[in-house]
Design a protein around this ligand. Structure first.
Ligand code: SAM
Length: 284
Protein backbone atom coordinates (compact mmCIF):
# COMPACT_ATOMS: atom_id res chain seq x y z
CA UNK A 1 0.00 0.00 0.00
CA UNK A 2 1.42 3.37 -1.02
CA UNK A 3 1.66 6.15 1.54
CA UNK A 4 -1.57 8.13 1.66
CA UNK A 5 -0.39 11.62 2.51
CA UNK A 6 -0.97 13.10 -0.93
CA UNK A 7 -4.15 13.96 -2.85
CA UNK A 8 -3.73 11.31 -5.57
CA UNK A 9 -3.41 8.29 -3.30
CA UNK A 10 -6.07 9.57 -0.92
CA UNK A 11 -8.57 10.01 -3.77
CA UNK A 12 -7.73 6.54 -5.05
CA UNK A 13 -8.57 4.95 -1.69
CA UNK A 14 -11.74 7.02 -1.27
CA UNK A 15 -12.94 5.98 -4.74
CA UNK A 16 -12.03 2.33 -4.29
CA UNK A 17 -14.31 2.20 -1.24
CA UNK A 18 -16.86 4.70 -2.51
CA UNK A 19 -16.38 6.63 0.74
CA UNK A 20 -18.60 9.60 1.56
CA UNK A 21 -17.30 12.21 3.99
CA UNK A 22 -19.46 12.66 7.06
CA UNK A 23 -19.60 16.25 8.17
CA UNK A 24 -20.96 15.33 11.60
CA UNK A 25 -17.70 13.46 12.35
CA UNK A 26 -15.45 16.41 11.46
CA UNK A 27 -13.73 14.50 8.66
CA UNK A 28 -10.93 16.50 7.05
CA UNK A 29 -8.14 14.18 5.95
CA UNK A 30 -4.52 15.28 5.72
CA UNK A 31 -3.06 15.30 2.21
CA UNK A 32 0.32 16.98 2.83
CA UNK A 33 3.46 14.99 3.60
CA UNK A 34 5.33 18.03 4.97
CA UNK A 35 2.66 18.51 7.62
CA UNK A 36 2.76 14.80 8.48
CA UNK A 37 6.58 14.89 8.78
CA UNK A 38 6.32 17.94 11.02
CA UNK A 39 3.74 16.34 13.34
CA UNK A 40 5.91 13.23 13.61
CA UNK A 41 9.02 15.26 14.42
CA UNK A 42 7.28 17.38 17.05
CA UNK A 43 5.59 14.42 18.75
CA UNK A 44 9.02 12.94 19.57
CA UNK A 45 7.81 9.34 19.19
CA UNK A 46 10.35 6.55 19.58
CA UNK A 47 10.25 2.77 19.19
CA UNK A 48 9.63 2.52 22.95
CA UNK A 49 6.31 4.35 22.74
CA UNK A 50 2.72 3.31 22.76
CA UNK A 51 0.75 5.90 20.81
CA UNK A 52 -2.95 6.60 20.99
CA UNK A 53 -4.35 8.07 17.79
CA UNK A 54 -7.80 9.60 17.89
CA UNK A 55 -9.69 9.47 14.58
CA UNK A 56 -7.31 7.75 12.15
CA UNK A 57 -9.58 8.44 9.14
CA UNK A 58 -8.22 6.34 6.25
CA UNK A 59 -4.99 5.72 8.17
CA UNK A 60 -2.77 8.42 6.67
CA UNK A 61 -1.00 9.44 9.87
CA UNK A 62 -1.43 5.96 11.35
CA UNK A 63 1.05 4.62 8.78
CA UNK A 64 3.66 7.15 9.95
CA UNK A 65 2.91 6.37 13.60
CA UNK A 66 3.20 2.62 13.01
CA UNK A 67 6.66 3.13 11.49
CA UNK A 68 7.88 5.27 14.39
CA UNK A 69 6.27 3.73 17.49
CA UNK A 70 6.34 0.36 19.20
CA UNK A 71 2.57 0.11 19.20
CA UNK A 72 -0.37 2.21 17.98
CA UNK A 73 -3.96 2.09 19.15
CA UNK A 74 -6.27 4.06 16.86
CA UNK A 75 -9.84 4.84 17.86
CA UNK A 76 -12.23 5.63 15.00
CA UNK A 77 -15.97 6.28 15.39
CA UNK A 78 -17.00 5.86 11.73
CA UNK A 79 -17.66 2.20 10.95
CA UNK A 80 -17.39 2.90 7.21
CA UNK A 81 -13.69 3.60 7.71
CA UNK A 82 -12.93 0.26 9.36
CA UNK A 83 -12.63 -1.85 6.17
CA UNK A 84 -10.51 0.92 4.64
CA UNK A 85 -8.18 0.93 7.65
CA UNK A 86 -7.86 -2.87 7.46
CA UNK A 87 -6.61 -2.40 3.92
CA UNK A 88 -4.35 0.66 4.37
CA UNK A 89 -2.77 -0.70 7.56
CA UNK A 90 -2.51 -4.36 6.48
CA UNK A 91 1.31 -4.18 6.39
CA UNK A 92 1.57 -3.28 10.06
CA UNK A 93 1.29 -5.78 12.90
CA UNK A 94 1.67 -3.15 15.63
CA UNK A 95 -1.61 -1.28 15.04
CA UNK A 96 -4.95 -1.98 16.71
CA UNK A 97 -8.03 -0.18 15.42
CA UNK A 98 -10.98 0.22 17.77
CA UNK A 99 -14.33 1.20 16.26
CA UNK A 100 -15.72 3.40 19.04
CA UNK A 101 -16.36 6.94 20.19
CA UNK A 102 -13.11 7.99 21.89
CA UNK A 103 -15.06 9.56 24.76
CA UNK A 104 -16.47 6.12 25.61
CA UNK A 105 -13.18 4.20 25.61
CA UNK A 106 -11.41 3.33 28.85
CA UNK A 107 -8.00 4.74 27.91
CA UNK A 108 -6.54 4.08 31.35
CA UNK A 109 -7.30 0.38 30.94
CA UNK A 110 -5.77 0.40 27.46
CA UNK A 111 -2.57 1.98 28.75
CA UNK A 112 -2.38 -0.44 31.67
CA UNK A 113 -2.93 -3.49 29.48
CA UNK A 114 -0.68 -2.47 26.64
CA UNK A 115 1.90 -0.17 28.23
CA UNK A 116 2.05 -1.40 31.84
CA UNK A 117 0.67 1.97 32.93
CA UNK A 118 3.76 3.80 31.64
CA UNK A 119 3.09 7.18 30.02
CA UNK A 120 1.65 7.02 26.52
CA UNK A 121 1.80 9.62 23.76
CA UNK A 122 -1.33 10.93 22.10
CA UNK A 123 -1.23 12.14 18.50
CA UNK A 124 -4.24 13.21 16.46
CA UNK A 125 -5.70 15.35 13.76
CA UNK A 126 -8.74 15.96 15.92
CA UNK A 127 -12.36 16.26 14.82
CA UNK A 128 -12.90 19.96 15.60
CA UNK A 129 -16.47 19.60 16.88
CA UNK A 130 -15.27 17.85 20.05
CA UNK A 131 -11.72 19.17 20.55
CA UNK A 132 -12.30 20.60 24.02
CA UNK A 133 -14.14 17.58 25.52
CA UNK A 134 -11.45 15.23 24.18
CA UNK A 135 -8.53 17.33 25.45
CA UNK A 136 -10.12 18.02 28.83
CA UNK A 137 -11.07 14.39 29.42
CA UNK A 138 -7.49 13.31 28.65
CA UNK A 139 -6.03 15.95 30.98
CA UNK A 140 -8.52 15.53 33.82
CA UNK A 141 -8.39 11.73 33.76
CA UNK A 142 -4.79 11.81 35.08
CA UNK A 143 -3.99 8.85 32.84
CA UNK A 144 -0.18 8.69 32.51
CA UNK A 145 0.48 10.69 29.34
CA UNK A 146 3.81 12.20 28.20
CA UNK A 147 2.48 14.53 25.56
CA UNK A 148 -0.52 15.26 23.37
CA UNK A 149 0.37 16.48 19.87
CA UNK A 150 -2.78 17.53 18.05
CA UNK A 151 -4.10 19.38 15.06
CA UNK A 152 -6.86 21.73 16.19
CA UNK A 153 -8.60 24.85 14.92
CA UNK A 154 -6.08 27.72 14.95
CA UNK A 155 -8.11 29.87 17.37
CA UNK A 156 -8.46 27.00 19.80
CA UNK A 157 -4.69 26.41 19.76
CA UNK A 158 -4.16 30.10 20.47
CA UNK A 159 -6.64 30.03 23.32
CA UNK A 160 -4.82 27.11 24.90
CA UNK A 161 -1.54 29.01 24.80
CA UNK A 162 -2.74 32.53 25.79
CA UNK A 163 -1.43 34.51 28.78
CA UNK A 164 -3.48 36.72 31.17
CA UNK A 165 -4.63 40.04 29.76
CA UNK A 166 -5.08 38.93 26.16
CA UNK A 167 -8.45 38.75 24.45
CA UNK A 168 -8.45 35.00 23.90
CA UNK A 169 -7.34 34.12 27.45
CA UNK A 170 -10.01 32.16 29.25
CA UNK A 171 -11.14 29.02 31.03
CA UNK A 172 -9.56 26.74 28.38
CA UNK A 173 -6.15 28.47 28.68
CA UNK A 174 -6.19 28.03 32.45
CA UNK A 175 -7.40 24.43 32.36
CA UNK A 176 -4.78 23.39 29.80
CA UNK A 177 -1.96 25.30 31.50
CA UNK A 178 -2.77 23.74 34.88
CA UNK A 179 -1.89 20.32 33.51
CA UNK A 180 0.48 20.96 30.62
CA UNK A 181 2.91 23.23 28.82
CA UNK A 182 1.31 24.22 25.48
CA UNK A 183 3.42 25.04 22.41
CA UNK A 184 2.04 25.79 18.96
CA UNK A 185 4.50 24.08 16.63
CA UNK A 186 2.94 24.67 13.20
CA UNK A 187 0.20 26.55 11.42
CA UNK A 188 -1.57 24.59 8.73
CA UNK A 189 -3.70 26.15 5.96
CA UNK A 190 -7.00 24.63 4.73
CA UNK A 191 -5.47 23.35 1.46
CA UNK A 192 -3.55 20.66 3.37
CA UNK A 193 -6.83 18.80 3.99
CA UNK A 194 -9.49 17.03 1.97
CA UNK A 195 -12.14 18.37 2.08
CA UNK A 196 -10.83 21.81 3.04
CA UNK A 197 -12.03 23.07 6.43
CA UNK A 198 -13.44 26.60 6.62
CA UNK A 199 -10.94 27.57 9.33
CA UNK A 200 -7.17 27.64 9.71
CA UNK A 201 -5.53 24.92 11.78
CA UNK A 202 -2.54 24.62 14.08
CA UNK A 203 -0.56 21.78 15.54
CA UNK A 204 -0.13 22.21 19.27
CA UNK A 205 1.95 20.05 21.59
CA UNK A 206 0.88 19.76 25.22
CA UNK A 207 3.68 18.40 27.39
CA UNK A 208 2.14 17.17 30.61
CA UNK A 209 3.57 18.11 33.99
CA UNK A 210 4.18 15.37 36.51
CA UNK A 211 2.33 17.49 39.04
CA UNK A 212 -0.08 20.35 38.28
CA UNK A 213 1.58 23.75 38.02
CA UNK A 214 0.04 25.29 41.15
CA UNK A 215 -0.97 24.00 44.56
CA UNK A 216 -4.67 24.26 45.19
CA UNK A 217 -6.59 22.70 48.05
CA UNK A 218 -9.86 22.27 46.14
CA UNK A 219 -9.33 21.81 42.40
CA UNK A 220 -13.05 21.61 41.68
CA UNK A 221 -13.70 24.91 43.42
CA UNK A 222 -10.87 26.61 41.51
CA UNK A 223 -12.30 25.51 38.16
CA UNK A 224 -15.81 26.56 39.20
CA UNK A 225 -14.42 29.99 40.09
CA UNK A 226 -12.61 30.17 36.74
CA UNK A 227 -15.76 29.24 34.82
CA UNK A 228 -17.85 31.79 36.75
CA UNK A 229 -15.25 34.51 36.13
CA UNK A 230 -15.29 33.97 32.37
CA UNK A 231 -19.01 33.25 32.01
CA UNK A 232 -19.73 36.93 31.77
CA UNK A 233 -16.71 38.42 30.06
CA UNK A 234 -17.59 42.07 30.61
CA UNK A 235 -18.32 41.61 34.30
CA UNK A 236 -15.88 42.07 37.11
CA UNK A 237 -14.61 38.98 38.89
CA UNK A 238 -16.59 39.99 41.99
CA UNK A 239 -19.86 40.05 40.04
CA UNK A 240 -19.09 36.92 38.02
CA UNK A 241 -18.42 34.81 41.11
CA UNK A 242 -20.98 36.58 43.31
CA UNK A 243 -23.75 35.96 40.76
CA UNK A 244 -22.92 32.30 40.14
CA UNK A 245 -25.84 30.34 41.58
CA UNK A 246 -23.83 27.11 41.90
CA UNK A 247 -21.15 28.69 44.11
CA UNK A 248 -22.88 30.28 47.07
CA UNK A 249 -20.08 32.81 47.60
CA UNK A 250 -20.99 36.41 48.38
CA UNK A 251 -19.53 39.43 46.63
CA UNK A 252 -18.18 40.59 50.01
CA UNK A 253 -16.25 37.36 50.43
CA UNK A 254 -14.70 37.76 46.99
CA UNK A 255 -13.81 41.40 47.68
CA UNK A 256 -12.14 40.46 50.96
CA UNK A 257 -10.10 37.73 49.28
CA UNK A 258 -9.04 40.11 46.48
CA UNK A 259 -7.99 42.69 49.06
CA UNK A 260 -5.79 40.13 50.80
CA UNK A 261 -4.21 39.35 47.46
CA UNK A 262 -3.55 43.05 46.87
CA UNK A 263 -5.89 43.19 43.87
CA UNK A 264 -8.50 45.90 43.16
CA UNK A 265 -12.23 45.00 43.62
CA UNK A 266 -12.91 46.01 39.99
CA UNK A 267 -10.51 43.50 38.47
CA UNK A 268 -11.74 41.18 35.69
CA UNK A 269 -11.11 37.46 35.48
CA UNK A 270 -8.98 37.79 32.36
CA UNK A 271 -6.30 39.63 34.38
CA UNK A 272 -5.69 36.80 36.84
CA UNK A 273 -2.95 34.24 36.36
CA UNK A 274 -3.33 30.56 37.21
CA UNK A 275 -1.35 31.18 40.43
CA UNK A 276 -3.78 33.94 41.40
CA UNK A 277 -6.85 31.80 40.72
CA UNK A 278 -5.28 29.11 42.90
CA UNK A 279 -4.65 31.65 45.69
CA UNK A 280 -8.17 33.04 45.39
CA UNK A 281 -9.61 29.55 45.56
CA UNK A 282 -7.52 28.66 48.61
CA UNK A 283 -8.62 31.89 50.37
CA UNK A 284 -12.29 31.30 49.61
N1 SAM B 1 -6.34 11.26 11.09
C1 SAM B 1 -6.99 11.44 9.81
C2 SAM B 1 -6.18 12.37 8.96
O1 SAM B 1 -5.40 13.14 9.54
O2 SAM B 1 -6.31 12.36 7.73
C3 SAM B 1 -8.43 11.95 9.96
C4 SAM B 1 -8.62 13.19 10.77
S1 SAM B 1 -10.25 13.84 10.74
C5 SAM B 1 -9.95 15.54 11.11
C6 SAM B 1 -10.99 13.33 12.27
C7 SAM B 1 -11.30 11.84 12.39
O3 SAM B 1 -11.88 11.58 13.68
C8 SAM B 1 -12.29 11.30 11.37
O4 SAM B 1 -11.82 10.10 10.83
C9 SAM B 1 -13.57 11.06 12.19
O5 SAM B 1 -14.40 10.03 11.66
C10 SAM B 1 -12.99 10.71 13.55
N2 SAM B 1 -13.89 10.97 14.70
C11 SAM B 1 -14.84 11.93 14.81
N3 SAM B 1 -15.42 11.88 16.04
C12 SAM B 1 -14.83 10.85 16.71
C13 SAM B 1 -15.01 10.30 18.00
N4 SAM B 1 -15.92 10.79 18.86
N5 SAM B 1 -14.24 9.24 18.37
C14 SAM B 1 -13.32 8.73 17.51
N6 SAM B 1 -13.11 9.23 16.27
C15 SAM B 1 -13.84 10.27 15.87
Amino acid sequence: MATLGNPKNTIEVLQKYNFNFQKKFGQNFLIDTHVLDKIMKESGITKEDMVLEIGPGIGTMTQYLAEAAREVVAIEIDKNLIPILEDTLSEYDNVTVINEDVLKVDIRKLSEERNQGKPIKVVANLPYYITTPIVMSLLESRIPIDSITIMVQKEVAERMQEEPGSKEYGALSLAVQYYAKPEIVANVPPNCFMPRPKVGSSVIRLTLYEKPQVEVSDEKLMFSLIRASFNQRRKTLVNGIGNASNLNISKEQVMKALERMGLPPTIRGEMLSLEQFAELSNLL
